[in-house]
Design a protein around this ligand. Structure first.
Ligand SMILES: Cc1cc2nc3c(=O)[nH]c(=O)nc-3n(C[C@H](O)[C@H](O)[C@H](O)COP(=O)(O)OP(=O)(O)OC[C@H]3O[C@@H](n4cnc5c(N)ncnc54)[C@H](O)[C@@H]3O)c2cc1C
Length: 117
């Protein structure tokens, strides 16, 4: 069962701490939960938007009339031998950069200090 909250201040969750509230907001971990959240928005005939760390975003003072979805899947699979990385869309960029470096994979070091998911 999703824990969908109503009238959630987005300023509280964004890097720049500005803007109004979301009519609805929910954090999800799995694709099934994501599907359920989108179905909720469809049933209410409202728009939806996925957000991460809200570090690349300025929220309007009028807020958002739809459903904000925080996708929190932080799964991280690295196969250093194959040079393969599979990352959940909720993974923290800096954590992924650190994990790549520890596995001996180079090229993503620049992202270590970038905020966001
Ligand atoms: C101080 C500072 C320094 C920065 N430096 C850099 C830098 O050096 N290089 C750089 O590239 N960027 C930089 N950025 C920008 C920012 O950190 C990145 O763009 C980051 O990837 C944003 O991630 P977020 O999770 O905060 O995204 P959000 O701000 O939450 O979202 C940004 C956009 O992506 C969409 N989105 C977010 N998550 C998902 C998801 N899981 N699925 C689908 N859509 C999604 C949102 O709907 C929105 O449109 C910087 C930002 C700050 C504040």
């Amino acid at each position: 069962m999703l824990d969908i909250k109503e009238d959630v201040s987005l300023a509280e969750f964004s890097t720049f701490h500005v803007g109004g509230a979301a009519k609805f907001a929910v954090a999800v971990q799995t694709t099934d939960d994501l599907t359920e959240a989108i179905a909720f928005a469809a049933a209410k005939k409202i728009s939806w938007r996925v957000l991460g760390g809200a570090s690349n975003l300025l929220v309007n003072d009028d807020g958002y009339k739809g459903l904000i979805i925080w996708y929190r899947n932080k799964d991280l699979v690295i196969d250093a031998e194959l040079g393969f990385i599979e990352v959940g869309a909720g993974a923290i960029t800096a954590v992924v950069a650190g994990a790549c470096a520890r596995a001996g994979l180079t090229g993503f070091e620049w992202a270590a200090g970038v905020p966001g998911q």
